[in-house]
Design a protein around this ligand. Structure first.
Ligand code: HEM
Length: 405
């Protein structure tokens, strides 16, 4: 490859929107696997890009802490982040274990079954409408029904409320994208405002659940005890927001990348239509291929040496799933979308103690959706240019025009 402009700046959102990030990561893996990134926005952080290093850092949770939040500077998450230690994804042991014990029952196998029942209803309708109309914007008319079904069950809310909440988390994750927010003005303020709106949503729900308890996450957290004490309302809001943000963008954007990859590789699409039993493996490949959660951030809690580099206590360290998942040292022919790839130990859900708690939910949503798409009469094909989310954290597609027939 010719090589990207050096030094690579992973805070450059255009790099991701244009798709050039994959070349940049290939270069980094080869030449600077432990890259000290000096961002144009003034940020400094280590970027780990090889599979082996990313996997290692995930498991070193005693050296690399999560309390500063998974998202790099440029967001409102920082040292003084009020979520630190309170939100599952932004907590370290032992509190992480205690929080996870409380939240896990809301995403149990029985809940996954109920989510599946709800999602099936929504996608049968959405796919049926797309087929009848001869096409759709897959990103907004079909993919968003995955998180909608999950929210309806996990929070015991209606379809309209679920879409309202998806709209709010889209604004939070799309805080740099004019498709979701007015990008003028102060970024931190904008994010704080969106968070306040999400908290308001959960405050209303919490008031309802105090009056009428239900079989949902809010009621569960209202009754929870962490270290023998009830959770504060704010801690409940943070963790509800964690589940909502964790699930709203990821599975739907993975679905967009998945269908786009199938449409671009007709041999793989045909193979799946002939052999639906290959779908489970295909979903894994879609997860690897899309790597929607591009990176997670950690902070070094002590000095750590790796490959002749000194990562100092307090340094920000980013673990690039999107690069690890294309590392040829782990995945032969890594840039080929291969629905029969095996083994396929991708890192799209992370690894170690923070590995995605919603993974079984996402697997169910994606299996049901692609089962319905493959069974639909006619094939889906691209009918316009997809539009990418302006983000280096969540690799999303905001518009995906498809035709079917
Ligand atoms: C394709 C879909 C998904 C992807 C790619 C994904 C990705 C991830 C990743 C990479 C992490 C690790 C974060 C870290 O190490 O800092 C994570 C954690 C998490 N995810 Fe997911 N996720 C998906 C679906 C979901 C769903 C459907 C839910 C909820 C319904 C969810 C809720 C969470 C939560 C609460 C955490 C924090 C876990 C912890 O800190 O222990 N995710 N996810």
């Amino acid at each position: 490859m010719t090589g990207p402009s050096v030094p690579v700046d992973l805070t450059d959102v255009d790099l991701f929107v244009s798709g050039r990030h994959l070349d940049a990561f290939a270069w980094l893996r080869e030449h600077r696997p432990l890259h000290w990134n000096e961002g144009a926005d003034g940020s400094h952080f280590w970027a780990l890009t090889r599979y082996e290093d990313v996997h290692w850092a995930y498991r070193e949770h005693a050296s690399f802490g999560s309390a500063r939040g998974a998202i790099l500077g440029g967001s409102f998450r920082s040292d003084d982040d009020t979520a630190a230690g309170r939100m599952l994804v932004a907590s370290d042991l032992p509190r992480h274990r205690l929080l996870k014990q409380q939240i896990a029952p809301a995403l149990s196998a029985a809940v996954v079954d109920r989510v599946g029942d709800q999602v099936r209803i929504l996608i049968d309708k959405a796919v049926g409408q797309a087929v009848a109309a001869g096409g759709c914007d897959f990103a907004t008319e079909i993919a968003t029904e995955l998180p909608a079904g999950a929210l309806m069950v996990v929070f015991g809310i209606g379809h309209d409320e679920a879409h309202h909440l998806i709209g709010l988390t889209r604004r939070m994750v799309g805080f740099r994208d004019e498709a979701f927010v007015d990008t003028g003005g102060d970024q931190k303020l904008r994010l704080a405002w969106t968070q306040a709106e999400i908290f308001e949503f959960f405050a209303d729900l919490l008031a309802q659940r105090r009056r009428n308890p239900a079989d949902d996450l809010v009621t569960l957290l209202l009754n929870a005890r962490v270290n023998g004490r009830r959770m504060s309302e704010e801690d409940i809001f943070y963790n509800c927001m964690n589940v909502a943000v964790g699930g709203n963008e990821t599975s739907s954007y993975t679905a967009c990348h998945g269908i786009e990859a199938l449409v671009a590789a007709p041999d793989q699409y045909d193979l799946l239509r002939r052999r639906p039993e290959a779908l489970t493996g295909a979903i894994e490949e879609m997860l690897r291929w899309s790597s929607v959660n591009a990176y997670v951030q950690r902070v070094a809690m002590r000095d750590v040496e790796r490959d002749g580099h000194l990562i100092r206590r307090g340094d920000s360290v980013t673990l690039w799933n999107v690069s690890a998942n294309r590392d040829p040292a782990q995945f032969p022919d890594a840039d080929r979308f291969d629905v029969t790839r095996s083994p396929n130990r991708h890192l799209s859900y992370g690894a170690g103690i923070h590995r995605c708690i919603g993974a079984p939910t996402a697997q169910r949503e994606l299996s049901l959706l692609f089962g319905a798409l493959l069974a639909a009469p006619g094939r889906f094909r691209l009918a316009g240019t997809p539009r990418r989310l302006r983000s280096n954290f969540i690799l999303g597609t905001t518009t995906l025009p498809l035709a079917v027939g």
